[in-house]
Design a protein around this ligand. Structure first.
Ligand code: GCO
Length: 391
C-alpha cells in the first residue's frame, strides 16, 4: 500500500517508567508487588533497567528510523516523600528529554502512568483530601525540565485507573480486559478529571506544550438489539473521559481490541477466535474504530495522537500482521479526514505488563539477566514503514 500518512507524521514507540526502568521502590505498585501476599504473580524488579540504559533505548528508536519516543516521568522518583522534590531525579529526566532532542526524536512525555508514590496512596490515593493539589504541585515541579517538549500527556488511561479502583474495592481479581470490568469508581474518575484540568493549567505556563490525556479505547460494538446497553457501557467506561478532552490540545488514543456488548453485557469472542497473549481477541481494526469514535466525541478541532497500539505475542510475524492491519485502518481514517498526527507503537521493549512478564508487547526483546536488547524483525519492518510510509 502506498504512502497515506502526512509528511510530518510522528512515528514512534512507547514505554512507561514502571514497566521498563526497574527498582521503582517508592511507588505503590512496588509495594503491592513485594507484599508477602501479593495478588500480582510477578514483580517488576530491575525491569529492563531502562533507568540506566535509556541512551541505548533511544539509539535503537533513532536507528530504526522512528521519529518519536513516548516515555513517562515517575512521580514516585521525583517526589519520593511528600514535598521533597528530588533535583537529582529531575536532572535524570531532563537528560532523557535532551537525549531525545539530540537524536532528533520528538519526546512525548507522560506525567502519570498508573503508578503513584506510596505516600500518595497511603494518604487515600485519588480520593484523598489533597490529591488534586498534590498532583498539581508535582506537575509544577517538572515544568522546568520540559523545555523543548511539545507533547505532554497528563494522565494515562484515567478510565482504566478508575475501573481498577472499582475492582480493587470490590475485591475482584479479574483479567485485564477493560470491557469486562466494572464501571469506574466515579469519585476516582472525578478526581482524575480535576487532576487533568489542574495539570493543563500548570502546563499552560509553557506555550509550546500541547497537553492532553490518553484514554483506553475499548472499541465497544453493539450486538443486534443491544445499542442502548452498548452506549451505556461506552459512556461510563470511555466517553465521559473523551468528552473532557473537547478543549484539549490533543487526545491520545490507545486501542488493542474490541468489546462486543450484547443484551447481558460483554460477549466472549467465539471459542475459535484468534487471541493474543493477554487473552484479548486479535482485532487490528480496533484502532480504526477507536480513532473514528474518538474523533466523533472530541470534534474536529482536537487532533489525535495514537499513543498506544500493539499486540502481546510470542510470534513476531503476528506482530507485523497485527500492526499492518491496524495501520491500514488508521490510513483509512486519515483518508476520510480524521486529523491524526502520529502513531506510537506499544511497546518499544518486552516489559513488565503489570504483574506478569509473559505478555510480550515489544518490538525489541530484553534479556532479563544481562539486559541485552535484541531487535525483532517486526521492529525493522516498522522502521521501514516509518521511513517510507508504505505498508
Ligand atoms: C495500559 C498501559 C500500558 C499497557 C498496555 C498493554 O493500557 O495498560 O498504558 O501500560 O502495558 O496497554 O496492556
Amino acid at each position: 500500500m502506498s504512502a497515506t500518512f502526512p509528511d510530518d507524521f510522528l512515528w514512534g514507540a512507547a514505554t512507561a517508567a514502571h514497566q521498563v526502568e526497574g527498582n521503582n521502590t517508592a511507588s505503590d505498585l512496588w509495594a503491592f508487588e513485594n507484599a508477602p501476599d501479593s495478588f500480582l504473580p510477578e514483580r517488576s524488579g530491575d525491569a529492563c533497567d531502562s533507568y540506566h540504559r535509556w541512551p541505548e533505548d533511544l539509539d535503537i528508536v533513532r536507528d530504526l528510523g522512528l521519529t518519536s519516543y513516548r516515555f513517562s516521568i515517575e512521580w514516585a522518583r521525583v517526589e519520593p516523600a511528600p514535598g521533597h522534590v528530588s533535583r537529582a531525579q529531575l536532572a535524570h529526566y531532563r537528560r532523557v528529554v535532551e537525549g531525545c532532542l539530540e537524536r532528533g526524536l520528538t519526546p512525548v512525555v507522560t506525567l502519570h502512568h498508573f503508578t503513584t508514590p506510596l505516600w500518595f496512596r497511603a494518604a487515600g490515593g485519588w480520593t484523598g483530601d489533597d490529591a488534586v493539589s498534590r498532583f498539581r504541585a508535582y506537575v509544577r515541579s517538572v515544568l522546568p525540565i520540559l523545555d523543548g517538549v511539545e507533547w505532554v500527556c497528563t494522565v494515562n488511561e484515567p478510565n482504566m485507573v478508575a475501573m481498577m479502583s472499582a475492582m480493587i474495592k470490590r475485591g475482584e481479581r479479574k483479567e485485564n480486559v477493560a470491557g469486562a470490568m466494572p464501571p469506574p469508581d466515579q469519585d476516582v474518575a472525578d478526581a482524575l478529571i480535576a487532576a487533568h484540568r489542574a495539570a493543563r493549567e500548570e502546563l499552560a505556563a509553557l506555550p509550546r506544550v500541547r497537553s492532553g490525556w490518553t484514554v483506553a479505547n475499548q472499541n465497544f460494538q453493539a450486538a443486534a438489539g443491544a445499542d442502548d446497553l452498548a452506549a451505556e457501557w461506552a459512556h461510563s467506561r470511555e466517553d465521559q473521559f473523551l468528552d473532557v478532552a473537547g478543549d484539549d490540545d490533543f487526545i491520545g488514543v490507545q486501542a488493542y481490541t474490541r468489546v462486543v456488548i450484547g443484551d447481558g453485557g460483554p460477549i466472549e469472542p467465539d471459542p475459535d477466535a484468534r487471541r493474543t497473549l493477554t487473552g484479548w481477541e486479535f482485532y487490528p481494526d480496533a484502532l480504526e474504530g477507536a480513532v473514528r469514535h474518538t474523533a466523533d466525541r472530541v470534534g474536529p478541532a482536537v487532533p489525535i495522537l495514537v499513543t498506544e497500539n500493539g499486540i502481546a505475542t510470542a510470534d513476531d510475524a503476528e506482530r507485523i500482521d497485527y500492526t499492518r492491519g491496524a495501520l491500514a485502518g488508521l490510513a483509512r481514517a486519515i483518508a476520510d479526514g480524521v486529523d491524526v498526527r502520529g502513531y506510537l507503537h506499544w511497546s518499544l521493549l518486552d516489559n513488565y505488563e503489570w504483574g506478569s512478564w509473559t505478555p510480550t508487547f515489544g518490538l525489541v526483546s530484553v534479556d532479563r539477566e544481562t539486559f541485552t536488547r535484541t531487535i525483532k524483525p517486526s521492529a525493522r519492518w516498522y522502521g521501514q514503514v516509518a521511513r517510507t510510509g508504505i505498508l
